[in-house]
Design a protein around this ligand. Structure first.
Ligand SMILES: [Zn+2]
Length: 201
């Protein structure tokens, strides 16, 4: 049921579709935007248009980027022999905050979940294998989330990668189980990275 005039209702509806925004919050944000100055509100609109029109996935690691190669892959100081495998670009931010890792990343774009029909073909496993050959990677750190899907994915990748003679490590336990990497504080995640162990596969 539409409570407000067309465009206002549209704004409320669109805001309400954002993750974590309920109907009450959607109304509050919409009325906030109606009240603020045009330049203030238009900055938000412009930021959305900019990222939607220009953001791409990094051609090397599949991080979100505004250039063909993301700033991490383009940085010559990063160690090309180490790759940290994560599920989502947001996890890169979490690992970067710890300042414990100086290699590059690989974004899988999800985790294995047989019940939901997510197999190795649905995440970027093949792309990882291509990179290992092409970039001379010798150490793979599995930083998938500390939950069932993340653990399954780490075990699958370890079984695939260990026979290739690589060092394959998994971040140490101590992270909140069942949680997402992005919610771990940098100290805990830093310790988990430091205490990473070779996976027996
Ligand atoms: Zn990249």
């Amino acid at each position: 049921m539409a409570l407000f005039d067309g465009p206002i209702q549209d704004l409320v509806d669109e805001l309400g579709r954002l993750p974590g925004v309920g109907p009450k919050s959607a109304q509050r944000i919409a009325f906030h935007l109606l009240k603020v100055s045009s330049p203030d509100a238009l900055r938000l609109a412009t930021a959305i248009i900019e990222v939607k029109e220009r953001a791409v996935l990094c051609s090397i690691c599949f991080n979100v980027s505004m250039t063909k190669e993301c700033s991490i892959c383009a940085d010559p100081r990063r160690d090309h022999t180490k790759v940290c495998v994560v599920e989502d670009p947001r996890d890169i931010v979490a690992v970067e905050r710890t300042r414990e890792f100086s290699g590059r990343y690989h974004v899988l774009g999800g985790a294995l979940n047989p019940i939901e029909g997510v197999g190795p073909e649905q995440i970027r496993v093949r792309e990882l294998l291509v990179r290992i050959d092409a970039e001379g990677i010798t150490e793979v750190i599995l930083c998938t989330n500390p939950n069932l899907e993340g653990d399954t994915t780490a075990m699958y990748l370890a079984r695939l990668l260990k026979p290739m003679g690589l060092s394959v490590t998994r971040i140490a336990s101590g992270l909140p189980v069942g949680g997402d990497l992005e919610y771990a504080d940098e100290l805990t995640l830093g310790r988990a990275l430091e205490g990473r162990r070779e996976v027996d596969a």
